[in-house]
Write a protein that binds this ligand. Structure first.
Ligand SMILES: [Zn+2]
Length: 404
């Protein structure tokens, strides 16, 4: 080891190499700083009086699988300007961190290919330490995204755990980036967002959201000039929830054993888009058999598939005809769930048709939602909610492995 190797291999510059020790399988480099270079770490003044040293140990880059540490007796100085005794600044590590900046960069780099658990195991440190390194990096990069350029946004609520814990997510529909994650749901969750948006002077033209009144009122208050759009993702999500309820009710009421079994087996097939049914698994046939046994379920299913076509019309005029036709058919179906849905759509008609003015597509929302679902399956999210929120803010860049 030498002073120049310290610099070139370990990123430590401006210190002299003293010695190397090998203890407990670790390699420990001791380095020193000349007292002449000392300055006050708060005001930067060189008018300081030496007040001894305090030894600190930093985890450094490993050599192969062998952990290394850097030990530095840090000079303490009394500043003549501040009148306070302080440790001088360490150039190769952030304040109050027990690892070098080079170690931090290395851990971040590994995290782009490996899970936190794997990085921690490889480096012989705790899961929490690697998580904190990633958290600080994510916070620096994503905690406060720029909002000035926003034109089209979507607001979505996601449940993050059983027992009704929610987050509210705002998406930039032009870039697909998540620009805000708020605690809870409803108007209250968006308060910090409106505040930051106002400061950014962004001109929002359209907001996509679900048909519940909570976000709509907030959006009309804070974005009086923006169009509100009830987009395909949110409408179909609601429809699928109702369809699941209907299937569950039919299952409960069914007395026939075969019918019960068939209804149970269609749980996921009903919610799938028809073009996504798996041919190899005979999903289409299975679904058709189940629908043949349950007339009201069949009507609801086909009207669901039909409703998706609303967003595929060649323009607002055709969209209007289609929507009104769909509402009439649902009303006359004699099925309560469909009649309720017809009523909901009828009372949100202009917001549904706004789609043809601003053409907000649901792709980014679906993509983000699926990624959040993947993250949710990992328990770590709830060990540290702020970390989970930062990961959602970074989600479209897939900076780190989504899983923990
Ligand atoms: Zn000072």
């Amino acid at each position: 080891m030498s002073t120049s190797l310290l610099y070139h291999a370990f990123g430590i510059r401006g210190y002299q190499y003293t010695r190397t020790d090998y203890r407990d399988g670790h390699t420990i480099f001791t380095i020193r700083q000349e007292s002449g270079d000392c300055r006050c770490s708060a005001c930067g003044s060189a008018q300081v009086v030496s007040r001894g040293r305090v030894e600190r140990r930093f985890r450094s880059l490993p050599i192969g699988s062998r952990a290394t540490f850097v030990v530095l007796p840090i000079p303490r100085v009394e500043c003549q300007v501040c009148g306070v005794v302080r440790q001088v600044k360490v150039s190769f590590a952030d304040a109050r961190r027990s690892y070098t900046s080079a170690f931090e960069r290395y851990a971040l780099e590994l995290g782009r290919r490996m899970t936190i658990r794997d990085v921690a195991k490889h480096l012989g440190v705790s899961w929490d330490l690697i998580k904190d390194i990633q958290k600080r990096d994510l916070s620096r990069r994503y905690a406060k995204p720029k909002l000035k350029h926003l034109r089209h946004i979507a607001i979505d609520e996601i449940s993050i755990a059983k027992g009704h814990r929610y987050l509210t997510v705002v998406l930039d529909m032009d870039s697909g980036a998540v620009v805000f994650v708020g605690d809870g749901k409803g108007a209250k969750a968006l308060k910090p967002f409106w505040k930051r948006l106002k400061g950014s002077k962004a001109r929002i033209e359209a907001v996509a959201m679900d048909m519940s009144p909570a976000y709509r009122e907030a959006a009309s208050t804070h974005l009086p000039g923006a169009k509100i759009v009830f987009d395909r993702f949110h409408v179909m999500k609601l429809f699928n929830e109702k369809l699941s309820d209907l299937r569950r009710a039919l299952h409960r009421e069914a007395t026939d054993v075969l019918q019960k079994k068939v209804l149970k087996g269609t749980r996921w097939l009903l919610l799938k888009a028809s073009e996504n049914l798996d041919k190899e698994k005979d999903e289409k046939k299975k679904l058709e058999e189940a629908l043949a046994l349950n007339k009201s379920l069949a009507v609801a299913y086909y009207l669901k598939e039909d409703l998706r076509q609303f967003w595929e019309q060649p323009g607002k005029k055709f969209g209007t005809l289609f929507l009104d036709g769909w509402i009439r058919r649902a009303e006359s179906s004699g099925i309560k769930m469909l009649q309720q849905m017809a009523k909901t759509l009828a009372s949100h008609r202009s917001g549904l048709l706004s789609y043809y003015d601003v053409m907000i597509t649901s792709g980014p929302m679906e993509g983000t939602n699926n990624k959040i679902k993947t993250m949710k399956r990992q328990a770590y999210g709830f060990r540290d909610k702020e970390f989970f929120k930062l990961k959602i803010l970074a989600i479209h860049e897939s900076r780190y492995e989504l899983v923990g």
